[in-house]
Design a protein around this ligand. Sequence first.
Ligand SMILES: Nc1nc2c(ncn2[C@@H]2O[C@H](COP(=O)(O)OP(=O)(O)OP(=O)(O)O)[C@@H](O)[C@H]2O)c(=O)[nH]1
Length: 514
Amino acid sequence: MSARGRIAVILMLILLAVLLGFLFNRTTAVDLGAQNRVMLNLRELEKLDAEWNVNILRSRLGLDTGYEALAAPLPRIRQLQASLHDALSMTRGLAAPQAFEQMNAALREKERLVEQFKLGNAVLREALVYLPPAITDFKTDLNGIEGALVPARTVLALDGALNALLADILRFNLAPDIALALQIENTLGTMLIQAAAFSPAAGEKVGLLLRHARAVLRYRPLERAIDVAIRSTGSTESMDRLGRLFNNQFDEVLLQKQRYRSWLFAYSGVLLLLLIYVARRLVRSYRIIGVVNQRLRGANETLEMRVAERTAELKAQSLQLEKLAHHDGLTGLVNYAYFIRMLDQALVRAARRGTTVVVMFFDLDGFKAVNDTFGHGTGDLVLQAVARRVRDKLRAEDGLARIGGDEFVILLEEVGTREGATRVAQQTLDQICGITEAGGNPVAISASIGISSAHGRSGAVRGGATLLAEADQAMYCAKQAGKAGFCLSERAEWRASASLQTAAPYPASAETGA
Ligand SMILES: Nc1nc2c(ncn2[C@@H]2O[C@H](COP(=O)(O)OP(=O)(O)OP(=O)(O)O)[C@@H](O)[C@H]2O)c(=O)[nH]1
């Protein structure tokens, strides 16, 4: 896989993991306990608000004149407000914070109104508590000493006004009404007029009654207005609204959680399928790799075998080529080039050892006639027979080469005497003359041999080619002397004791005994 492909796969894996993490987080991010706590706080707040309303009513009815119950829920209400404020972070959008602010404003307004209510209600309660017994007591006084000094008509009129005042105040307390208030004011005016006829003490009592009656007239409608204002603060409604908003948002979050859970489920399924797919691909790839490996191993072995075979073939061909380069194809003897190398090496050895090297150059006599008479095939057989027969009589370390058509050359090393060399020449002649048949044809051939030699360092100085040329020259000498014999070169050298015996041609007849 290329580097770019690897990066793409890594990025895709990271993306898959991030998506999985995101979905998992979405399904676990909902704190149900916190949601329940918020709803419980809201319920408690609503309950406290309702209890507050009941306490206001109780105070209005005079059942609680200490007003302690009106202040009691406030610390807890503030606590709950604070925790609800913290819970706003669990909602989204502006609706819930706005509803929370409205609720706070309503509760603040309610608290302010309750404070007003407490002030007015205290005065009103006092007046309502004072008036009935005070009126009754004053009526008793009117029927006693106070009434005795005042005309009965006046007493009756004040008594009637007192009765009317008591009845109207009680009615006004139950249902404040402007007409009734005016009527009470009239009654109070009548009472003031009538009271002038009585003692100053009675006047004072009427004054007190007047003050309390007017307190009722003033604070009762005010209390009613505060009551209406308290109810219209809408604290309950705003709590309801906030509760609904919280509820809706929590429901929405839960719904979202369900949705994410479904996504997570589906996504896990997709991942599982992907995993199965990848696993199957891997298994398949491993199988293919295994098969390919096996085939590669087989191919490798075959290749190695073929390489080995080919190498062997090449080696054989190379040897063959080398042989062809150094040997004569017809007779298998070494050729001219190789012979010169052999000769040069032999001369170096002779120089080092102080020995004698002999070169015998021979050319067949009458060979052309064989060719002409029986054809080249027979001539070739004759050449092969010459090579075989001459080779057979030489030592293993002696050299024999075919350097031309019917020209051969023999290389001898460490030759002791001239006689030794001429013995080999004679043997050679015998072998060649011994060929009487070739390919079923009667043949008669011989050879003319030229012998040259070098002793010690002399050969290396003169060189192999020179030595060979001297032998060739000697061979012509033998040809000229009548063929079928050998001739020694004038420059042939032998060991010191034999070195003077040189350059005399040996006629073939003399040497072969013909
Ligand atoms: N069959 C055959 N003949 C060859 C080959 N190479 C050369 N010849 C022939 O060998 C003959 C050599 O000629 P000569 O040496 O003049 O023949 P010759 O009869 O031996 O004569 P002298 O050397 O004078 O005795 C020629 O007829 C060549 O064509 C060969 O490889 N095969």
